[in-house]
Design a protein around this ligand. Structure first.
Ligand SMILES: [Zn+2]
Length: 94
């Protein structure tokens, strides 16, 4: 799936249509010392095993591409989730 580098769409900060730079959203690095991670490690310690049930099989095909849009007039960013599911890798370019 290909997405153009610059798209004209609504900016919630300017409250009007303007040109946006498109970038593919990536998952950030997980912090090893976050509150949830520390709590999870503490519960997992010793006997008893994992507190979370194992993941069930997912039947959905593909993922919805998520892009980060940067407004050219105000410089603020917001996200857009495409409604179509795709198995192919998402590329930004002409
Ligand atoms: Zn804007």
């Amino acid at each position: 799936m290909k997405i153009p580098q610059i798209i004209k769409t609504h900016c919630p900060h300017c409250n009007k249509h303007s040109e946006h730079e498109v970038r593919i959203s990536k998952k950030g690095k997980e912090r090893s010392m976050s509150m949830g991670r520390r709590k999870y490690e503490r519960i997992k310690k010793g006997y008893g095993g994992s507190p979370r049930t194992p993941k069930k099989q997912v039947y959905k095909v593909g993922k919805r591409p998520v892009v980060v849009l940067k407004c050219k007039s105000c410089g603020k960013k917001h996200q857009k989730v495409y409604s179509a599911r795709t198995k192919k890798t998402v590329e930004v370019g002409e």
